[in-house]
Design a protein around this ligand. Structure first.
Ligand code: HEM
Length: 454
């Protein structure tokens, strides 16, 4: 096999354009880089960059993913709440959480707090999940026109906070979910990266207040879980976590873990369900086939997760949606020490981006890659770990993948059963990277008059 080398090294204005392009037009920027510069691109960013370039490396394709994942112990994730602030501010304190660690220290914590996400726990949830989703879907079917983005966000907040964090009050779940979501959005405002001044009126001042609000709210929320057994849900597992030597972590560290878990649990599932809804509306024949499969299987509130997973067309629809529109356009990582990937030397603190969207449109792996074709998954039992990286891969593969997949299947099956939706926003949908692929503007829909997605 060829040793991995840079296919292009980009500096100066072109590098700056890519830096801003990642925020403003992640899809176009990502596909342009691959088309023009190849599958292993080094970027040296003027003004903001490090002394020893490259500042960032962008990798595409299964082979490169394999080489990056082989180096997990030298890497960490960076995606959440990237904007630094002065020590002792809430923003700075809650940024630090276990996801920023790598190697053994990361794994020691991950196994403790992610226990409620394991397959056995999640497969028990189908009846409860149906019960949480049903009233939200019933309500939307009484409306004329609604914003599909907000509908999916609210639904995923209520479902995840109830089932994964034990928050039974829907109003409260929405309050906490939106607080966390707004803080995340502020962390992806480019102005907050550049104008980091705590002056009233500036967005950075607002970001600092939002971080205080998140910290205070989550502090009260986690304390309510005191006395409950560990691992009944993610809130109790964070509260009770202890390191290998029995040391108790600081509350700020726990709040950081809880906040990033809340964000991870609400954002990508809502986007996964959103893009699946949009793809079905744009492919009514696929939606009709799905409707037939669910009808033949007698889908109902009693359908268990095992039964849901045994519906091959539904499975194909969800995988195909995550292939074409993975909620994370990029997977942003950072080297924690000097390392090498293939024959490429990677200095410490270099940003490394993997690109699920482009990787999953490789025509040598997925013929007619732009087509939404659930049937392509008929012959595959499971996606290849390096060709399909919507949930990332290796030891840091998303621990919420089982929950998220069941959630999207359940929401889509219930929308189909309830009569489908008609997409009113027909033009192409502009997105921003926050760091997931979120529509810039509302996307309008209404209950379908034909009884099918259209
Ligand atoms: C369709 C839904 C989802 C998608 C597409 C998705 C995707 C991903 C990806 C790409 C990563 C790697 C991020 C990076 O390294 O920068 C990740 C990590 C993670 N995800 Fe998910 N995710 C989803 C749902 C969930 C859910 C429901 C949870 C529940 C809490 C969750 C929890 C996590 C956590 C804790 C990590 C970090 C793991 C670590 O420590 O490295 N995710 N996810």
């Amino acid at each position: 096999m060829e040793p991995l080398q840079f296919t292009s090294e980009i500096r100066g204005l072109a590098a700056l354009r890519i830096f801003f392009g990642f925020y403003n037009n992640p899809i176009l920027t990502s596909s342009n880089i691959l088309d023009k510069h190849g599958n292993a691109v080094s970027i040296a960013i003027p003004f903001f960059g490090k002394k020893t370039p490259p500042d960032a490396i962008i990798f595409y394709g299964a082979e490169n993913n394999r080489k990056v994942y082989a180096k997990w112990d030298d890497l960490r994730m960076t995606a959440l709440w990237p904007i630094s602030a002065k020590p002792n501010t809430a923003q700075q304190k809650i940024r630090h959480n276990y996801m920023c660690l790598s190697g053994k220290p990361h794994r020691d914590i991950a196994v403790q707090i992610e226990a409620p996400l394991n397959r056995t726990q999640i497969t028990k949830l189908s009846v409860e999940m149906h019960a949480v989703i049903k009233p939200v879907i019933d309500k939307v079917f009484t409306q004329d026109t609604f914003d599909l983005v907000k509908f999916h966000k609210d639904l995923s907040i209520q479902c995840a906070l109830n089932l994964l964090f034990g928050e039974r009050n829907a109003e409260r779940a929405l309050h906490i979910g939106h607080l966390v979501d707004r803080l995340n959005l502020s962390n992806y405002l480019i102005s907050n990266r550049i104008l980091k001044y705590n002056i009233p009126g500036l967005p950075f001042h607002r970001l600092l207040r939002q971080a205080e609000d998140v910290r205070d709210t989550l502090m009260g929320w986690i304390k309510e879980a005191a006395g409950q057994p560990a691992n009944t849900n993610l809130r109790t597992s964070v509260l009770n976590m202890a390191d290998a030597d029995g040391q108790v972590f600081s509350f700020d560290f726990k709040i950081g873990c809880l906040g990033t878990l809340v964000w991870a649990a609400i954002d990508t599932p809502s986007l996964g369900a959103l893009w699946t809804t949009i793809l079905l509306s744009r492919n009514p024949e696929t939606a009709a086939k799905l409707h037939d499969e669910l009808k033949a299987a007698g889908f109902s509130k009693k359908t268990s997760t095992e039964e849901l997973n045994n519906l091959p067309y539904l499975n194909g629809v969800v995988l195909e949606s995550l292939r074409l529109s993975p909620p994370a356009t990029f997977i942003p990582l950072k080297s924690v020490r000097e390392t090498s990937i293939g024959s490429i030397k990677v200095p410490a603190n270099t940003a490394i981006y993997l690109c699920p969207r482009e990787t999953q449109r490789d025509p040598t792996v997925y013929p007619d890659p732009e087509m939404f074709r659930p049937e392509r998954w008929d012959a595959k039992t499971a996606p290849d770990a390096y060709e399909f990286i919507a949930f990332s891969g290796g030891v840091r593969r998303c621990p919420g993948a089982t929950f998220a997949t069941i959630y999207i299947k359940m929401v889509i099956a219930m929308l189909v059963e309830r009569g489908g939706l008609e997409l009113l926003t027909r033009e192409s949908i502009a997105v921003r990277s926050v760091p997931t692929m979120e529509p810039l503007k509302p996307v309008f829909a209404r209950p379908s008059a034909s009884g099918q997605f259209c």
